[in-house]
Ligand binder design. Structure first.
Ligand SMILES: [Zn+2]
Length: 340
């Protein structure tokens, strides 16, 4: 408990100097506290966990208070701006006229679960190059697997990423010294991805992915399955069964398709979510290919790891039983208002 108090003081001090105040909610010191819950004596664990949640809540309150104050104190500074600077500042709209987009809200929930599991949360890029899209991921030049990704490219040769795996090389490379100091790499990268798709109820040209990467010593497929299962059980709020079936991706070996037991199936009833197949294919995953580790400067003889890429819309559709992916970007208020 003393430790939590110390961390509280430390974080409040840190907050003073932070430009981006919200980043305090993802401070490694706070994450470290969550990791210590399991080391507490059993009878103190729940009180310890509650004290950390309280600290996080307090920080959230402080951060949103600062945000409001900053908005209140805005002054027009450009005197040449084509509006009357003497006019009163526009008032903020009352909150009932707007809500956070359901995808943004779900991303917060998803990243929060992984954060509590010890993952750092980072962003991807919405424009990238061929090296990160293909070469660093073990797609040799001219390999037909490159054609499986029907991506958008600019005339200058940049790529609109078709998956968040474009971040694997950067994430591993940036943390390889830490890895050598005995610290595992555990990162979740979330962002938009783009595909040249024929649009229908299950396909959009623009959607979101969450890329998970874990590299350390003696990491196995068992760790991969346990991590995803823990996440899904927490996200859906009920125990789910999972299974993996062999698949092919150039950047993982072995590669799998990961399915979960349909959370909507009732015993023996017809189910329209899974067409009564009882399993839903959710995401692609596997053990990071030795060539991908090598390309990022990590010795695959010493370290192993796993990675997955999960479509966020798909997960959210499953959670709320949404039948058409196109609703998310449709701007239909009737759809959005259901998520208030
Ligand atoms: Zn079902």
């Amino acid at each position: 408990m003393e430790e939590i108090q110390k961390t509280r003081e430390l974080l409040l001090e840190k907050l003073e100097s932070l430009e981006e105040k919200r980043s305090i909610l993802r401070a490694p010191e706070l994450r470290a506290l969550y990791g210590k819950i399991k080391d507490q004596p059993e009878d103190q664990r729940s009180a310890y966990g509650q004290a950390i949640n309280q600290l996080k809540q307090d920080l959230e309150n402080i951060v949103s208070d600062i945000g409001l104050k900053t908005i209140d104190n805005r002054h027009p500074i450009d005197v040449t701006a084509p509006f009357d600077v003497n006019a009163a500042l526009p008032e903020l709209l009352p909150t009932e006229n707007g809500t956070i987009h359901p995808i943004t809200a779900e991303i917060e929930k998803i990243t929060d679960i992984f954060y509590r599991m010890g993952f750092e949360v980072s962003e991807s890029r919405e424009i990238d190059d061929e090296y990160h899209m293909f070469t660093s991921l073990n797609f040799p030049e001219g390999h037909p697997a490159r054609d499986d990704y029907d991506t958008f490219m600019t005339e200058e040769g940049f790529v609109a990423p078709a998956h968040t795996s474009t971040m694997q090389n950067r994430i591993i490379k940036a943390r390889k010294e830490k890895l050598e100091d005995g610290e595992s790499i555990a990162v979740l990268a979330v962002d938009r991805v783009f595909r040249n798709e024929d649009l229908d109820a299950r396909h959009e040209h623009t959607f979101h992915q969450a890329e998970g990467i874990y590299v350390g010593k003696n990491i196995t497929v068992g760790n991969l399955v346990a991590t995803l299962k823990t996440f899904l059980t927490t996200y859906f709020g009920k125990e789910v069964q999972t299974k993996i079936t062999p698949f092919y991706f150039p950047f993982t070996e072995p590669s799998f398709e990961f399915s979960l037991s349909c959370p909507f199936c009732e015993d023996g009833e017809d189910c329209r979510v899974c067409s009564s197949e009882r399993w839903i294919e959710l995401l692609g995953c596997g053990m990071i290919h030795p060539n991908v580790l090598k390309e990022a400067g990590v010795d695959p003889e010493k370290y192993t790891g796993f990675a997955w890429g999960c479509g966020i819309e798909r997960l959210v559709m499953m959670r709320y039983n949404i039948e058409d992916i196109r609703h998310f970007n449709s701007g239909k208020l009737a759809f959005l208002r259901q998520f208030k």
